[in-house]
Write a protein that binds this ligand. Structure first.
Ligand code: NDP
Length: 247
């Protein structure tokens, strides 16, 4: 099966890892639909990408809003065609120790990182079932595998993505649809590069390969899991963390 012209949707497209994923999928020949929530930021990002030769198809939605996600998916289907690939990449952190973590911090992180992925899957799976083909890729985190202090909310949401992945993978395995997670370790995005150098160096000291990951390294894994050749991999998790957490 040729991926040329297949439709791939990436959430949180204008972020560090999202941008790399969009570029990698566009290079493979997918029609890339990009879901962003902030019109101004998204417009600036589209201009920046156009200048580099990638012309993203933009839809605006907040992944926490089920109705917004459903209308975004139906617009994409009408304009570009049925979805073959969904990459649930949008995510946030609201780090605090549990003692200081208010219910809003908890809910916002669960709703974005976990419920958001559920909304996308609910909206996209019927199309994929109809066409008997699909690739769903959920971007989790090393901290959903091993936990991280100050991140009970984020670790729970990212661990929850593994459960969602394995359960949904079983529901759709015999329909040509695969569902997998990728768990990145520390990746050199703006968020991580904004951490003071001293702290960043202490993080790097915990990574056996001795460096942060590059967003393009995560994007390559996405491109592989998105491809028709990855059809025997489902319900899996690919860890990409420079050896920081081996299991
Ligand atoms: P960024 O903060 O650069 O990007 C996150 C993206 O998600 C942004 O585009 C943001 O939009 C979008 N987003 C957040 N909330 C919503 C929402 N409610 N609706 C729609 N879009 C939303 O982060 P990264 O690129 O670093 O991270 C991407 C993914 O990788 C995340 O899921 C993150 O948890 C995961 N990850 C990152 C690691 C790292 O080291 N960077 C390590 C492990 C996992 P906006 O710009 O408008 O805020």
């Amino acid at each position: 099966m040729d991926v040329q012209g297949q439709v791939a949707l990436v959430t949180g497209a204008n972020g560090g890892i999202g941008t790399a994923i969009c570029r990698a999928l566009a290079k493979e020949g997918y029609k890339v639909a990009t879901l962003c929530r902030c019109p101004e930021k998204a417009a600036r990002w589209v201009e920046q990408e156009k200048a580099l030769g990638f012309d993203p198809y933009l839809v605006l939605a907040d992944i926490c809003d089920q109705d917004g996600v459903f209308s975004a998916i139906s617009v994409i289907e009408k304009e570009l065609g049925p979805l073959s690939v969904v990459v649930n990449n949008a995510g946030i952190t609201r780090d605090k120790t549990l003692r200081k973590m208010m219910e809003d911090d908890w809910l916002e992180v669960i709703q974005t990182n976990l419920t958001g992925a559920y909304h996308l899957c609910r909206a996209a799976v019927p199309q994929m079932l109809e066409h008997k083909y699909g690739r769903i890729i959920n971007i989790s985190s090393i901290n959903g595998e091993k936990g991280q202090l100050g991140q009970t909310n984020y670790s729970a949401a990212k661990a929850g993505l593994h459960g969602l992945t394995m359960a949904l993978a079983q529901e759709v395995a015999n329909k040509g649809i695969t569902v997998n997670t990728i768990s990145p370790g520390y990746i050199a995005t703006e968020m991580v590069m904004a951490v003071p150098e001293e702290i960043r160096n202490s993080i790097i000291a915990q990574i056996p390969v001795g460096r942060l990951g590059d967003p393009a390294e995560i994007a390559r894994i996405v491109a592989f899991l998105a491809s028709p050749e990855s059809g025997f991999i489902t319900g899996s998790n690919i860890s990409a963390n420079g050896g920081q957490h081996m299991h």
